[in-house]
Design a protein around this ligand. Sequence first.
Ligand SMILES: Nc1ncnc2c1ncn2[C@@H]1O[C@H](COP(=O)(O)OP(=O)(O)O)[C@@H](O)[C@H]1O
Ligand SMILES: [Mg+2]
Length: 393
Amino acid sequence: MTVPSVHPCPTRTDASLENIIDLRGVVKTFKNAAGEFVVLKGIDLQIRPGEFVAVVGKSGSGKSTLLNMITGIDHPTSGQVIVGGTDIYHNMSESQRSRWRGCNLGIVFQFFQLMPMLSLLENVMLPMDFANMYDFDERTQRALELLSLVGLEGLAEKLPLAVSTGQQQSAAIARALATDPPLIVADEPTGNLDSHSADAIIALFHQLVDSGKTIMMVTHDPSVTARASRTVIIFDGQLIDETIVRALPLLRHRHMLEFSRLAERRTYPPGQTIISRQQQVDSLYMIARGEVEVVLQGRLRDDTVIARLGAGDFFGEIELLHGGRSIANVRASVDGPVELLVLPRDDFLRVIAESPITAEALGTIVQRRLEEHRAVDRRGVRLVGKKRSGGPR
Ligand SMILES: Nc1ncnc2c1ncn2[C@@H]1O[C@H](COP(=O)(O)OP(=O)(O)O)[C@@H](O)[C@H]1O
Ligand SMILES: [Mg+2]
């Protein structure tokens, strides 16, 4: 897919960086006649090269504003936006930022935003002209190749309005790829397409991720979030903790945010006991990183590992919902430390009472886990490799 460049981008980002996007305490305030309005309330977000990040949130939650911080289209009121290792607001002038954007970033909008008087081919060539990348003769060839990559061979000379909306968005993606940028940012790119065209566009994005691009995409499409490497949810200008999104995906965003604020982060060293059998359980434990082992004492044998739980799984819910003491030992895996989000019992129960869907999903998990425990008790045998028997997803 990559056409070799003759004029390499002068400010091309370094692909070996740990984070291609690093937002630190980003705040964005708009002022109007009614006063000040804080749209982003201190966003911290790190994205590694090659990730496909879906950004989800209700209308008005701040998704587009967040993307505008990264693309340099708008600027934060405070905080740092570090893209490709450079603080794009503190270390660049407006004109440097605009040149930087031209060769490091591909942007795809909901309403395509193609130039209506230019052919698809000319639209795709525009960013190369702007960034002065590739030899003049090479630009046409490259634009044709990109149009064919997105399935528009034969339509290069058409004006945008002479093709379908799905084809216009395909052309917009070809345009976003014109300077071969490492990072693609897309704001609801399928929001105006029929489902058939949307599927084609999504397939294209997956192809781009496979070829090594980093993608950050605002979307409402569950088929995209299901296949994205990460889902970031924004609610009322704040990011929800991703462990909570993975562990309790059916919770309302409002409740997820509440849990993000209330949960305490704890780290346990390898092998350390987190909950002992018969101990009173007073929290829900969600795994952010690492693994835990759930250990039952069967009648015939000690230390029967009945489950291994990993990131996004949770435990403690059986005791919280059914009352009482732990029926098993839970310990950090011997292979490495485990990082947990620990949510107090009362907060958990109060929110579950307001969220019947989550309560029902939890009930099913509890039932299944209790059956597993009983099976172990009866047989006294070791169940191995019971990985990821945890959260609803
Ligand atoms: N330029 C602006 N001036 C004033 N308010 C704005 C501006 N841009 C966005 N907002 C407000 O910020 C909030 C978040 O907007 P936006 O980021 O577009 O949300 P989303 O993309 O999640 O729907 C909205 O309430 C919107 O009205
Ligand atoms: Mg928006």
